[in-house]
Design a protein around this ligand. Structure first.
Ligand SMILES: [Zn+2]
Length: 300
């Protein structure tokens, strides 16, 4: 089979093991890549060290391997890519698109309350741009030592109006020197040549920020597919915070059962044949993927 240009990835944070929700996301991105005869990569997003659980990265790789999903190229670890992130941050800075911000969450809340007559907007805290004009320009050589958060300066033009209204000037590097999720992901996707991102619908509101960063950094814009989240019986998103159980199938039959559940969540009908092994199951799933009927898949 000839290879296509498709390059996809699954990028878990090693803050715990895979649960039913992350398995469905991994499977969706794997199937989308394989149905397109593309490359599928695993990237470990271990940049936010306070959230990282020791050993979780290797455990996740083992879990994925049990379900027949292995990276087509060496696994990339974000913790080893600091220099690339710093380079991209500097590029933003040299375009005059960044400024340091010293505001605490409390100060931002007070500022918004003063502007809106004590009403806080329902969609969360949108940074009102307090520090835009008051903090001094930092020399690029000082950028990496700056102890303040670094925000981007969103343009005023109509095209980006929505981003300004719904997100505001967002942080690209935190005060603790950790590069933001948005900037790290955009840097990695470009460097790994990613063309398609398939991920959970909880990340849908990151798209506008990531596409804006891709544009100003002159990086290729990626295609995004967001799949519906797997919810707990209490209709909460499955996550480590909601104590979603890790999936460790005790035997091959249980492994297939987990895959069938993930497939049914993704709206894939696997023909009812006598499937015995994971590779056999995955081949059927690849064929079924283009005809899936997810309850509410969100494409961007
Ligand atoms: Zn500020």
């Amino acid at each position: 089979m000839s290879k296509s240009n498709y390059r996809g990835r699954f990028a878990p944070t090693p803050s715990g093991l895979l649960h039913a929700g992350s398995l469905a996301t991994a499977l969706a991105s794997w199937l989308d890549a394989k149905a397109a005869r593309g490359i599928w990569l695993i990237r470990i997003e271990d940049i936010d060290l306070p959230r990282v659980v020791t050993g979780a990265d290797q455990a996740i790789l083992q879990q994925l391997a049990l379900f027949g999903m292995t990276s087509d190229e060496p696994v990339v670890f974000q913790s080893q890519r600091q220099n690339s992130y710093k380079e991209q941050l500097e590029k933003l800075h040299l375009q005059g698109l960044t400024y340091p911000c010293n505001c605490s969450r409390k100060e931002i809340t007070h500022h918004i309350q003063r502007q809106n007559g004590s009403n806080l907007p329902t969609q969360g805290l949108i940074y009102p741009g307090t520090c835009r004009t008051i903090t001094p320009w930092i020399d690029p050589s000082e950028l990496n030592h700056c102890r303040l958060a670094i925000r981007v300066r969103l343009p005023r033009d109509d095209q980006h109006q929505l981003l300004r209204q719904t997100v505001g000037d967002f942080v690209v590097r935190r005060a603790d020197q950790i590069i933001s999720y948005q900037l790290a992901v955009v840097t990695d996707d470009a460097q790994q040549g990613i063309t398609h991102v398939v991920r959970g619908a909880d990340l849908l509101d990151n798209v506008a920020r990531q596409v804006w960063l891709q544009q100003v950094l002159h990086l290729p814009v990626v295609n995004y597919l967001h799949i519906p989240l797997v919810l707990s019986p209490q209709s909460e998103k499955l996550s480590k915070q909601t104590m979603a159980p890790a999936i460790w199938p005790p035997n091959p039959l249980a492994t297939l059962q987990f895959l069938y559940s993930a497939a049914s969540h993704l709206g894939i009908q696997i023909p009812n044949r006598n499937i015995q092994t994971v590779p056999e199951w995955l081949q059927s799933a690849i064929l079924a993927w283009p005809d899936r009927q997810p309850p509410c898949a969100i494409t961007f």
